[in-house]
Design a protein around this ligand. Sequence first.
Ligand SMILES: C[S@@+](CC[C@H](N)C(=O)[O-])C[C@H]1O[C@@H](n2cnc3c(N)ncnc32)[C@H](O)[C@@H]1O
Length: 226
Amino acid sequence: MSDSEEIIEVDSSVLGTKDHWDSAYDRELECFKESGDVGEIWFGKSCLKTLCKEVSKLEGIRKEKCRVLDIGCGNGMTLIEMAKLGFKNLEGSDYSEKAIDLAKSIAEEEQFSFIKYFNDDISQSSIEDNYYDIIMDKGTFDAIALSEERDKMKLLYKQLVERTLSTANESLFIITSCNYTDQELKAYFLDDQKRFEFIQNVQYPVFKFGGSKGSSQTTLIFKKLK
Ligand SMILES: C[S@@+](CC[C@H](N)C(=O)[O-])C[C@H]1O[C@@H](n2cnc3c(N)ncnc32)[C@H](O)[C@@H]1O
């Protein structure tokens, strides 16, 4: 697909609504309190571990200093994994209060209470400009693209990432998706505004099914251009 070709979108669904996430995290929070189960890890544990390890190995990453935001953090397990790898400046935002409650409970249990979680809706965000060195997303762009106001939400998301990534350092936007292909994500984020440059993919183990090779998600790393 060339950059000018159309992105094929799937129909909107309940996964694009706050009600869905609130009730899902409400259930997961109850479950966590009862059994210690942290709930759904989107794209699986192996993806999570590979993703965070690869991010920690990127050139120029200073784990102690760099400010990381996990946008649409859900249960916060991405940040828990980053904390285990030695990152110290970790924040997670989500529009579901229940997700934030769950993420805080898990962080406390794991003794990573230094991770900061806060409520924030991508469509009316109050996140500070020019602040983060890394913005990570695993499944959030996918979720907002399932909302009824998809085009508006996708644009607000892109503007938020651009606005809140730091210009002082080489800041990174790291997106993991299962709804969009590499080419579709590049076509969307590498637009005429030239705010991002593509750096690399995260490589995941490839599985074989019925003679075809594949991986169920893709991760792209973009650098913010000054
Ligand atoms: C597929 S889940 C991924 C959760 C988490 N990133 C993970 O990897 O487990 C999508 C997340 O995006 C959040 N989300 C969806 N729309 C949002 C919005 N407008 N503002 C903030 N968070 C949103 C949901 O609450 C949910 O936690």
